[in-house]
Every structure is written in structure tokens, then in C-alpha cells.
Write a protein that binds this ligand. Sequence first.
Ligand SMILES: NC(=O)c1ccc[n+]([C@@H]2O[C@H](COP(=O)([O-])OP(=O)(O)OC[C@H]3O[C@@H](n4cnc5c(N)ncnc54)[C@H](OP(=O)(O)O)[C@@H]3O)[C@@H](O)[C@H]2O)c1
Length: 335
Amino acid sequence: MKALTFKRYGKSPEIGFTDLPRPTLQPDEMLVEVHAVGLNPIDNMITTGMFKPVLKFQLPATMGSDLAGVVKEVGSRVKRFKPGDAVFASLFDLGTGSLAEYAVVPERVAAFKPANLDFVQAASVPMVALTSWQAMKERAGVRPGQKVFIPAGSGGIGTMAIQLAKHFGAKVGTTTSTANVELVRGLGADEVIDYKKQAFEKQLSGYDMALGTLKGDEIEKSIGILRAGGKIVSLVGPLDAAFATARRLNFILKFVFGLMSRKIRQLAAKQNVSFSFLFVRPDGGQLSEIGELLQAGQVRPVIDQVFPFQKACEALEYLAQGRAKGKVVVQIKPD
Ligand SMILES: NC(=O)c1ccc[n+]([C@@H]2O[C@H](COP(=O)([O-])OP(=O)(O)OC[C@H]3O[C@@H](n4cnc5c(N)ncnc54)[C@H](OP(=O)(O)O)[C@@H]3O)[C@@H](O)[C@H]2O)c1
């Protein structure tokens, strides 16, 4: 089967198409014929080697992690799915990839594809929806009436997080450039700051929670708009010691991550705000709940561009420019 792989970490990862044997299954796994793959910025970051101590791959490794497709075979212990079922899933953090004609999907990370979405739309959802759900609902416990700040509202995370925050009953503040103001308003954002014209830290205040979606000094600035007792959940680092502990990393990494996040944690503590870093985990149960919201039309995928499989490298390069409005998807098997 054809797969997009990388051969080594670093500046020349040798990304290209490889012919791999069709995978074999463990009892709790399914073989899925991949129809579409939603891309995420981390797909590009993995090849640099920056996540090598945390994410384990056997090289050459198949790239990509989100997918939608059709179950072809099931292992002997798979209970919920059967051949012919349409599913979607994130394979993030499993040491396998999705940019291939077939992928191995453990039953526990899969959910039925919402019937009202095509494969391209469904493939755009898993990582951004799971991350937003885990940050806002699980980690921060966002409640109706609370104010949530979601910077970069027009990105993959932003377009999904705004809609989920509204579903949780929150009021949403966001930042975006002039061209995307109407897009984020249409998704439900209440306070929209055009970052080309205004500084959000001078306009917003009294927020209960902020997502960290942008690197640089955006997280420091976000701390200033939170109320005492507010929470910041960063998706972009710095990594912290709690993350190292949760992943059972060695004490050296725990120490290093503790040092990396010391400054921001101290700043947060001074303002009586909590800081934590979140690393998404694949979760078929949560994805099923999100699937119900999609099916009911309460949230919808926002797609910027769809590339054919042979242009997957161009799709990754386009995403790396950081200007996508919603999601970039690679279509492997046209409907
Ligand atoms: N920790 C985790 O588990 C986890 C999971 C998922 C994602 N992430 C991380 O979360 C970050 C966001 O992911 P994503 O998928 O949303 O990325 P993305 O789709 O590539 O983000 C692109 C968007 O960012 C906007 N943007 C860029 N600079 C901006 C600025 N200064 N202010 C406001 N908006 C700005 C762009 O809008 P304009 O063109 O209008 O500027 C564009 O729409 C990435 O670093 C990703 O790796 C982490």
C-alpha cells in the first residue's frame, strides 16, 4: 500500500511516498481503508525530532494522525465495529500514522462517522475537537456563563474551540486578522479583536479561561486578561513537570520541563491564575460525543483546502505557513 513516510528526524527528513506491506492486526485493532486525512501542525513538527523524547515512531514512519475511512477487517476482540462501518479517529500518540491507503486503528480511539458529514469533513475533526474538549471541559471545567479566550480563532483549533465553547454555554473572546473577522463571528465569537488593529490585552478582561494557541509572548499577555482564580491551558508549551509525570518520563525530563515552565508558572501564580500544558490524547468515547454534536448540527467542520493524496507534501507545506482558515485535508480515496 502507498503511504507518505519520513525516514529520519531533522532538517532533511526525506518525506516521500513509500510502498509498505498492508498492516496486520492485533485482536483489539481494525484495518481501515483511509478516505481522508485531516492535517495538524504537529504532523510537520514530528519530523523535526522536537517530540522524539515523547512520541515514539519506528522509522520510516507514516505521517499524519487524523483520519476518516471504512472498516475492512476487525481483530477478534473488536466489539463495536464491523467491516463496512464508516469511522473517524485520531491516531495521535500511538506510534502509527494515517497518511496511507490503509491504517491500523485500535477500537478504543475510533467513533462512527457522523452520517451528515462526508469523509473529508469527518477527517478534519478528531485532533482539534478532542484537544478543545479536553482543554475546556476536562481540564478547565468551563461552565455556562463563563468567559473563554480562544486566540487565533480562524485556525484549526480556533474554529472548533469557539463552537464547542459556545456549546458549553460560555461567552467567547478571540483574535483574528481583518479578513477573518466575519468567519469567527459566524462561528459564535462574542468579542472579536482584529489583531492587526488592536492589542487584545488592552481590550479584554475578566476572563475565566484562556487557551494557549500561539507561541511567543501571547500566553504571558493572556494571563493579564484572566480574573483571579482563572485558568490558562496551553497547547503550545512550555511543557511542565506535571506533563512529564503523567507520561512517566524520567526525572531529568521532569526537571527540564519544570525549568522550562518556571517563569510562566511564577507569573501566573503572582496573578492568582493557574497554568498547565495539555497534550491531547486519542479517545473514541469523547469522539463519539463530539460526533453527536456534529450530527445534530451544533458544531460544524470548517475546511480551508482539500488536496489529493499525490499533493500531500504541498498540503503539509501549505499548513506550515500558518494561515489556514479552518482545516487542511488530504483526500486519499475520492468519494
Ligand atoms: N498540545 C496539543 O495537544 C495540541 C493539539 C492540537 C494543536 N496544538 C497546537 O495548537 C496550535 C494551533 O493549532 P491550529 O491547528 O489551530 O494551527 P493553524 O490552523 O495552523 O493556525 C492557523 C491560524 O492561526 C492564525 N494566526 C496566526 N498568527 C496569529 C496571531 N498572531 N493572532 C491571531 N491569529 C493568528 C491564522 O490566522 P490569520 O491568517 O488571520 O493570522 C490562521 O487562521 C499549534 O501550535 C498546534 O501545534 C497542540
